[in-house]
Design a protein around this ligand. Structure first.
Ligand SMILES: *Cc1c(COP(=O)(O)O)cnc(C)c1O
Length: 488
């Protein structure tokens, strides 16, 4: 028998523990700077530090927080460390974190307008703010998803529904011969593969089109692939163009791809998950040129707009098609106001939705467009600075133009033949491991045409020139000290 009365944590305890938590976090933001950016725990170590069963009696929050620090903090890879340069940095900012806490605490679930008028309408307003800031035309309606992966599933589902609405009822198997074909560049994100898999379109029906020397999809190769497919009896369905590819942040020629899509009657989805927010800057607006002719467009404020994970903004010129693809209202979700309002559950396969718009609203208000622009510009400057240092050093090679805040580099040490790709790859892999072992920075890698490339991506709100210098300094010194081939 328990002596604890039912109900939530008492209000005065919440106040004390809430203050304790914020105090702890403010301290953590400082002392964690001296901890390794990439967690050093061995696989299984975190699990081994935790009991296999839940406690029988409740425990005070303070003790749980102590265990968080002792057991879990060593297993935190520090995405919000200023020395974080891996993958695409995660959008983080303190006001964004406060907003996420607020969103959870007020416990909103915005499936229907009536289950949260505030979340539903704020989402519409704040996506309008973002749309205007980026330069997405008025005709696009927005919705917030968790990730760009979810967005591309919805884009391709809408494309399918527009072309073959009967699939909704009969499924793809009832369609007869001729597969739907989807096209993207060889450098498009793996979420496009997963989308065709989850939609039952079939992985072999995604055609990856070769890119040019600057890693951009070649429109003539796309046209040829579409032609071949038509001749083979397939049904070309959609093209995914990427603005800011994951490996090197290259930009597909969206205007030429849009021409082709218009001619062929294909859905065009523009994936600007990372680079889309750069279009807030007039000098980067060129990157999304042509997107006004796309059917859908996605940008992740959780990547490069200081908004904590997760928040992906999806804009669609034909949201009615998306609604037709996914709209389905069981009796228990019918509401009298449904003809006058937006019910967010109609814009996708998910019923429940977090109140994500709140953090975007807070971030955009706290920093303002000016504050966001200043930070984006600083990241562009830091990436160019790093690229300049690479270019001036004969021991390194830069593999792609620097359009945004990503730099791809390869070390070319003395004693290794530049034609010996395998040896160079092995050297660069060891170099990256040694760099990450310093604990001061964390970078990741990619493969480009069989070459192992070290990827340096700036995007963290706390990153300054000091960390960029440190990353370059360590990289240079380690490359000089590392034997060209591993000791036997
Ligand atoms: C990161 C990324 C994605 C996937 O992002 P999620 O929001 O994590 O699904 C898709 N496309 C591109 C170009 C990306 O860089």
């Amino acid at each position: 028998m328990t002596s604890t009365p039912p109900g939530d944590m008492p209000a005065d305890e919440f106040r004390d523990d809430g203050h304790r938590l914020v105090d702890w976090l403010a301290g953590y933001f400082q002392w964690s700077l001296d901890r390794p950016v990439l967690s050093r725990v061995e696989p299984g170590a975190i699990r081994a530090g935790l009991p296999a069963a839940a406690p029988e009696s409740g425990e005070p929050f303070e003790r749980i927080l102590q265990d968080f620090e002792r057991i879990l903090v060593p297993g935190l890879t520090q995405w919000n460390h200023p020395g974080y340069f891996a993958y695409f940095p995660c959008g983080f900012s303190s006001p964004g974190a406060l907003a996420d806490f607020l969103s959870t605490a007020v416990s909103q679930q915005a499936m229907l307008w009536r289950t949260s008028p505030a979340a539903t309408e704020l989402e519409e307003v704040v996506l309008g703010w973002l749309r205007r800031a980026i330069g997405v035309p008025d005709g696009f309606e927005g919705v917030i998803y968790d990730t760009a992966s979810t967005a591309v599933v919805h884009a391709l589902a809408a494309a399918r529904h527009e072309k073959a609405p009967e699939v909704r009822t009969r499924g793809l198997t009832g369609r007869g011969p001729g597969a739907f074909r989807v096209y993207c560049s060889e450098h498009a994100h793996s979420s496009v593969d997963k989308a065709v898999i989850v939609l039952g379109l079939g992985h072999e029906n995604l055609r990856r089109i070769p890119a040019d020397g600057e890693f951009r999809l070649q429109p003539d190769r796309l046209a040829a692939a579409i032609d071949d497919d038509r001749k083979a009896g397939h049904t070309p369905l959609a093209v995914v163009a990427t603005v800011g590819t994951t490996s090197v942040a290259s930009v597909d020629p969206v205007p030429a791809i849009a021409d082709l899509c218009a001619l062929e009657g294909l859905w065009l989805h523009v994936d600007a998950a990372y680079a889309g927010t750069a279009a807030i800057l007039p000098e980067c607006r060129w990157a999304i040129e042509g997107m006004e002719r796309a059917d859908s467009f996605v940008v992740n404020p959780h990547k490069w707009m200081f908004t904590p994970f997760d928040l992906s903004a999806f804009y669609c010129r034909k949201m009615d098609v998306l609604r037709a693809a996914f709209g389905l209202t069981p009796d228990y979700l019918k509401t009298p106001e449904s003809s006058e309002v937006r019910n967010l559950m109609d814009t996708g396969f998910q019923l429940g939705r977090r109140f994500r718009a709140l953090k975007l609203w807070v971030v955009m208000r706290y920093f303002g467009l000016e504050g966001i622009s200043t930070r984006l510009r600083e990241h562009l400057r830091l990436a160019r600075l790093f690229a300049d240092w690479v270019d001036e050093d004969a021991g390194f090679e830069r593999v792609a133009p620097v359009l945004f805040s990503v730099v791809g580099v390869r070390a070319l040490p003395h004693g290794l033949d530049r034609g010996d790709t395998a040896a160079l790859n092995a050297f660069n892999e060891r170099l990256l491991a040694a760099l990450n072992d310093t604990g001061e920075v964390f970078l990741s890698h990619t493969m480009l045409g069989g070459r192992y490339v070290i990827r340096f991506a700036v995007g963290n709100i706390r990153t300054t020139e000091a960390e960029v210098r440190r990353a370059w300094d360590r990289l240079r010194k380690l490359a000089a000290a590392l034997p060209p081939t591993p000791p036997p």
